[in-house]
Write a protein that binds this ligand. Structure first.
Ligand code: FES
Ligand code: FES
Length: 450
């Protein structure tokens, strides 16, 4: 009761987190000019408080560890990572979020510039970027390109919209078309601009020196060359757009995945006893049933080992932390070229590869394995030799790619858990690419229905 009395006055006084909890306590926050009261566990971050009890889902959580800046808000006008601050430590400081950046229907100049320059794609990182860029403009009305680069350098954008943001955040000072390249690596070219068939003109832009010259204007084109505003641009720059991770359904469950910290290991045991006793837990799925755990092998850092479903994200995190996994580390290889060598540690100790890629990507079943080399799987159509002979340019090279870890699961296509039969479905506007639902597997222990 003493703690509750103290924290309840935190709007006027920063009482800090020492000595409160573990139960939720009432706190008062000043958010976007309004006084908001909520109950918060001492471990609740400002980002969680904004997105959960206060319903301000424009502030995003991606890494939840101060690395990506998706959660940037202002504290007394200064940008901070809301995932790195406890809600009860905010005290009397003013919190500003993306929802409060516009003045009524009038967007902040940086919000408008982001729309004008189409400086966003999925829009997931956009609120955090906007809060940082707007803060820059507040303290530096005419920022340099380096100022903007430094500001957005701590933001991760998987869509790669950085160049447009440099142009948009500093648009009061610079023309469009700035790139991230150094000046000595740029040349100026004249490009067609405007609407083909209506008002086609030209504009000069700087492009990398080795980029091919632009195609000549074509007045016959009706669509190509025509600029369309992004339909949901306004919703994305105001934090109003709803991503999968922003959806909250009555009674829905929250899933968390325990991932392997090792690149190659045999799972000797998975102890879920403590996690299973967590009152908020509803189900655990592990990579192998207890009697077959030695058959489970993880083949990359981050390979899923167990999944929990719980009544809240905090409960899911706690349950996850109670799972104990015993690994036997195995030799591994981390470079494509080394993986192809005959003496390389084997990813699969068999003559044929199983269906699917270790990371879950689809791949044909039963292809021959030559060491770590799968296949080859050859498919061809048309006349390749003739195509090369007719091509204007033939470029030869060796290409490899990795599979990027994206915020995709947070944005569009992750499943939403509902407690009925522990069946997981995707949100209505985001049908799963696989066309399936995630159901209880044979190794799923349903704590709730037991
Ligand atoms: S979510 Fe806060 S820094 Fe990434
Ligand atoms: S626009 Fe940056 S993550 Fe998509």
């Amino acid at each position: 009761m003493l703690n509750e009395t103290l924290v309840a006055g935190s709007h006027a006084e920063n009482v800090g987190s020492a000595g409160v909890g573990p139960d939720a306590v009432p706190i008062t926050l000043l958010v976007n000019g309004a006084t908001r009261t909520l109950r918060a566990e001492p471990s609740m971050t400002l980002a969680e408080a904004l997105r959960g009890p206060l319903g301000l889902t424009g502030t995003k959580i991606a890494c939840n560890r101060g690395a990506c800046s998706a959660c940037t808000v202002w504290l007394d006008g200064l940008p901070v990572c809301a995932c790195m601050m406890l809600a009860i430590d905010v005290g009397a400081r003013r919190v500003s979020t993306i929802e409060g950046l516009a003045q009524g229907d009038t967007l902040h100049p940086v919000q408008q510039a982001f729309i004008d320059h189409d400086a966003l794609q999925c829009g997931f990182c956009t609120p955090g970027m906007l809060m940082s860029c707007a803060a820059l403009l507040e303290r530096t009305p005419a920022p340099s390109a380096d100022d903007v680069r430094a500001t957005i350098s701590c933001h991760y954008c998987r869509c790669g919209t950085y160049p447009r943001r440099i142009g948009s955040a500093g648009r009061r000072q610079w023309p469009q078309g700035l790139t991230m390249a150094k000046p000595e690596n740029l040349r100026t070219e004249t490009f067609p601009a405007g609407i083909a068939g209506v008002s086609l003109g030209t504009v000069q832009r700087q492009i990398p020196v080795d980029e091919p010259p632009p195609l000549p204007p074509n007045r016959e084109l009706a669509v190509v060359g025509k600029s369309f505003p992004r339909p949901n641009g306004r919703a994305k720059v105001t934090g109003a757009v709803r991503f999968t991770v922003d959806v909250s359904l009555p009674g829905m469950l929250y899933g968390r995945i325990l991932r392997s910290p090792l690149p190659h290991a045999r799972v000797l045991s998975i102890d879920i006893a403590a996690a299973a006793r967590h009152p908020g837990l509803r189900a655990i799925v592990t990579v192998a049933a207890p009697e077959h755990q030695q058959s489970a092998t993880v083949r990359y850092i981050g390979a899923p080992v167990a999944v929990v479903a719980a009544v809240s994200m905090a409960a899911a995190e706690e349950a996850l932390s109670l799972i104990k996994v015993d690994y036997q580390s195995l030799p591994f290889v981390a470079a494509m070229r080394e993986a192809r060598e005959t003496a390389a540690p084997l990813i699969y100790d068999s003559d044929t590869a199983p269906a699917g890629h270790p990371s879950g990507f689809p791949a044909a079943a039963n292809l021959p394995l030559n060491g770590n080399v799968r296949g080859p799987a050859i498919s061809s159509r048309g006349n390749v030799a003739q195509g090369f002979a007719q091509a204007d340019v033939v470029v030869e090279g060796e290409y490899s790619k990795c599979r990027p870890i994206a915020v995709w699961n947070l944005t569009r296509s992750s499943p939403i858990g509902a407690p009925t039969g522990l069946r997981f479905t995707c949100p209505p506007n985001s049908p799963p690419a696989c066309g399936k639902s995630w159901r209880k597997s044979s190794v799923c222990r349903s704590i709730a229905s037991a």
